[in-house]
Design a protein around this ligand. Structure first.
Ligand code: GRF
Length: 218
């Protein structure tokens, strides 16, 4: 049986779409439910089109309501795919090392409360750093703070706008998130946080990354 994956989403859901597409025929993991923090999220249509069950939360801060929405992942993974609400601590505790988030920068830089959407990329550009990227990490009690699982760097180009950089990072997010979800699903619930590194340089051929995720290389 594929590992059940519940996705939590607040927005348009392009990361959700990447997950739905990558997991549709996978024997390792399957998106079984999409939980939304708002009824007008574009992700709702994506979930419906894919024939996946949906739950729209009335109050995302209500731990009991969220826990009930996650009931079908008692043995699976919870993936925050563009989810901007705080996860109540009781729910974080229940899904420790089974709940992950994707963030559009190289954490621990450019994360924390209020750092989402365009603002992240504006801060990256203002800092002058030549590298940004995507991070997948475990969710803990603080925003964008739990142990990092995997990161994928992206160059910041001269003359970049926040939108241009966001688009470049988003493309990488769509590749990184399914890779990590599938790898975690294959491994089962770990006793300690898993850290994955690209096995060699991430060459891209015909828009497909030639990269495999492996264990800590020390
Ligand atoms: C992504 O950049 C994600 O990392 C961030 O919000 C954005 C969501 O985009 N948390 P989408 O809804 O997946 O299209």
């Amino acid at each position: 049986m594929p590992v059940p994956v519940v996705a939590l989403v607040s927005g348009g859901g392009t990361n959700l779409q990447a997950l739905l597409d990558a997991l549709r025929d996978s024997p390792a993991a399957r998106v079984t439910r999409v939980v939304l923090s708002r009824p007008d999220a574009g992700a709702l249509d994506r979930a419906r089109r894919a024939g996946v069950a949906t739950t729209v939360l009335v109050d995302p801060a209500d731990a009991a309501e969220l826990a009930a929405a996650l009931h079908d992942v008692d043995t699976g993974l919870v993936v925050l795919a563009g989810y901007v609400k705080r996860i109540p601590p009781a729910v974080v505790a229940r899904f420790r090392l089974r709940m992950i988030n994707i963030h559009p920068a190289l954490l621990p830089a450019f994360g924390g409360p209020g750092m989402y959407g365009r603002r992240v990329h504006e801060h990256v550009l203002a800092s002058g750093t030549p590298v940004s990227g995507a991070t997948v990490h475990y969710v803990d009690e603080e925003y964008d703070h739990g142990p990092i699982i995997a990161q994928w760097p992206v160059p910041v180009r001269p003359g970049d706008t926040a939108d241009a950089l966001a688009a470049r990072v988003l493309e990488v997010e769509h590749r990184l998130l399914p890779l990590v979800v599938l790898e975690l699903a294959r491994r089962g619930v770990p006793r300690v946080p898993v850290r994955l590194f690209a096995d060699g340089p991430a060459f891209v051929v015909d828009h497909q990354p030639v990269v495999r995720l492996g264990d800590d290389q020390g």
